[in-house]
Design a protein. Structure first.
Length: 269
């Protein structure tokens, strides 16, 4: 009886199957990757495929194919997948209609030529972008919204604490301006109605809380704008992604503007 060899290379699916039965894959006679992947519908998410890929050859092949196709599109991300509705810690996050958003504020893999080490977070307040520096002169770029205070504050800080579905407690000054918020004086638990959204990352300087946060939002179409309050807002699906990629003690550099020479010069991407 013949055997099967399957090689999955980054971005290049290569499948070699013997023409005899393959017991371990449950296939008979000659086959191709289309047979391997035929049981997966178009609605299978990339996250699902990643979870199955280590033990399921069909999922590994389809995952490799999807990644290759998304790279060919130039953004390195499948927006139908990453902005789909998702169930997170018992809470359903609605899908984000990314087609109504200016594409420059959607998650993208871009060139970044700055000197900062991989894992550094760079905030470009003017352009409303947040960069997570990656190896190889690359970065993941996310769209953000900034508050008036966030736009005016620049400097270096440390992401020292982060929380899933954080409790939001409006400060006394906000309650004074908006008395209707008094009912949340003891805190509003995490939910899709919570202004901090699905995740919050807290910025410290010299061991003290700056009171600035990177967080999700209940108003995703505020991304790309200077909001009336808040710090650095992100689409919930994006803030979950960023949260999953960073630990604590992460360097966060908030700048009025990132020098054009350090970034990809294509504002329409």
């Amino acid at each position: 009886m013949g055997s099967s060899t399957i090689n999955i290379m980054a971005g290049h699916p290569v499948v070699r199957l013997a023409c005899l039965g393959v017991i371990t894959l449950g296939l008979q006679a000659c086959s191709t990757s289309s047979t391997l992947t035929s049981s997966y519908g178009s609605l299978t998410t990339t996250d699902d495929l990643r979870g199955r890929a280590t033990s399921d050859t069909g999922a590994a092949v389809l995952l490799s194919r999807r990644l290759q196709e998304s790279r060919a599109q130039g953004g390195a991300f499948d927006y139908d997948t990453i902005y789909a509705a998702k169930f997170d810690d018992g809470i359903t996050i609605p899908a984000f209609n990314y087609k109504k958003m200016n594409s420059r504020y959607l998650r993208q893999a871009v060139r970044y030529y700055g000197p900062e080490p991989s894992g550094t977070i760079i905030v470009d307040a003017r352009r409303r972008h947040l960069y997570l520096v990656q190896p190889g002169k690359m970065a993941i770029r996310y769209g953000i919204a900034v508050g008036k205070e966030g736009y005016g504050w620049t400097g270096n800080s440390v992401l020292q604490w982060k929380q899933k579905w954080p409790t939001w407690t409006p400060p006394a000054e906000m309650i004074e301006r908006k008395p209707e918020l008094q009912k949340y004086a003891d805190g509003l638990k995490g939910s899709t109605e919570n202004p901090l959204g699905a995740r919050a990352m807290y910025l410290y300087k010299d061991g003290r809380d700056t009171l600035y946060r990177i967080h999700g939002t209940t108003q995703p179409f505020s991304i790309g704008k200077a909001a009336s309050s808040g710090c650095f807002r992100m689409i919930n699906q994006d803030v979950i992604d960023l949260y999953s990629r960073v630990g604590t003690r992460v360097s966060v550099q908030v700048r009025p503007e990132v020098r054009v020479s350090l970034i990809e010069q294509n504002e329409n991407r």
